[in-house]
Design a protein around this ligand. Structure first.
Ligand code: BDR
Ligand code: CA
Length: 311
């Protein structure tokens, strides 16, 4: 199985993504690292513990770590309006079955990648602050990772500003470090994730799986649908982070194009934009494989099947 570290800011779609990954035999989850983002760090750490508990036996032995509580340069921002004040808007969540580790998330990342050079994938579904700090502390790390799969950015418009996607906007300087590092990188952006909607029918399918994981995901995605209906006029919430997890399990669910991507870190209208050279007009070498197409039905079938194997 592919050894993987999941770094994110749960966040209800991060939680669904992590459940998908824990339930996937193709992956060996080495640990989970929490970062600031959708809600503040104390809550993303707690939500990491709750999510691993929801994964049952598949999450029981997985250690989790607190990471960085703020962006590298800009002031912190959250998305509590989208994810609820707690980040996991569901009733009757189990308390974390095990506590977080004392080690810092960034130290864990560095230590683990050193122990298995060339093998480890990082699935990043939040602002890239932890990953960027690891790369700064250990400049050899990009060359020792198998791959970073990041949910973030867009080849088109943004969801937090017209130009910027939330994970990119929440720490553009960190994204610039990662995109400039030379690491093997896959970007799963809004141009594909906004095609993967948790419609009412899909929520019903999750609820009727008959297990706790399905019920909780249905409840989270019902809250999320309310937000997406009001904000974007869509029939449900976009499965951003679960699609990135699916890309780690089965990259062939998406179409990929190698290209040069630069992050706008100057203030102004395009702050936090992932500037994607779709047509190769700059002549700059590719630094990412960017998802440009997705098989949404096959993706959701995988999500449903895997969540159905949990408790
Ligand atoms: C991304 O932002 C967060 O709110 C979601 O969890 C996802 O990672 C989508 O823009
Ligand atoms: Ca996220």
């Amino acid at each position: 199985a592919l050894p993987i570290i999941m770094d994110g800011d749960p966040g209800l779609d991060d939680a669904v993504a992590w459940l998908l990954a824990c339930a996937s035999p193709e992956l060996e989850v080495l640990g989970v690292t929490a970062v600031h983002g959708n809600v503040g760090l104390p809550l993303t750490v707690r939500n990491a513990g709750i999510t691993l508990t929801l994964a049952g036996a598949a999450g029981a032995g997985v250690p989790y770590f607190a990471g960085t509580d703020r962006p590298l340069v800009r002031e912190a921002m959250t998305a509590a309006a989208v994810h609820g004040d707690s980040g996991l808007p569901a009733a009757d969540l189990p308390p974390p079955a095990h506590p977080p580790q004392a080690e810092h998330a960034v130290d864990f990342l560095i230590r683990t990648v050193h122990a298995r050079p060339g093998e480890v994938t990082v699935l990043a579904t939040g602002p890239l602050t932890n990953v960027a700090l690891a790369f700064r502390l250990a400049p050899e790390l990009p060359g020792l990772l198998r791959e970073v799969v990041w949910m973030g950015g867009s080849t088109t418009g943004g969801n937090r500003t017209p130009a910027a996607e939330f994970n990119a906007l929440a720490d553009p300087h960190a994204a610039a470090v990662v995109f400039g590092s030379g690491v093997a990188l896959r970007m799963v952006g809004l141009n594909v994730t906004m095609q993967c909607i948790a419609t009412p029918e899909r929520i019903t399918a999750l609820r009727t799986l008959g297990n706790r994981a399905g019920r909780v995901c249905a409840e989270l995605l019902t809250f999320y649908a309310g937000v997406y209906r009001t904000r974007y006029g869509l029939s449900g919430g976009a499965l951003h982070d679960p699609l990135a997890a699916a890309a780690a399990v089965r990259p062939e669910l998406l179409d990929w194009q190698s290209m040069n991507v630069q992050i706008e870190t100057q203030p102004g209208l395009n702050f936090g934009r992932t500037v994607c050279d779709l047509y190769g007009v700059t002549g700059q070498p590719a630094n990412a494989q960017v998802a440009v197409g997705v098989r949404d039905e096959a993706f959701f079938a995988l999500l449903l099947e895997r969540l159905g194997t949990l408790e």
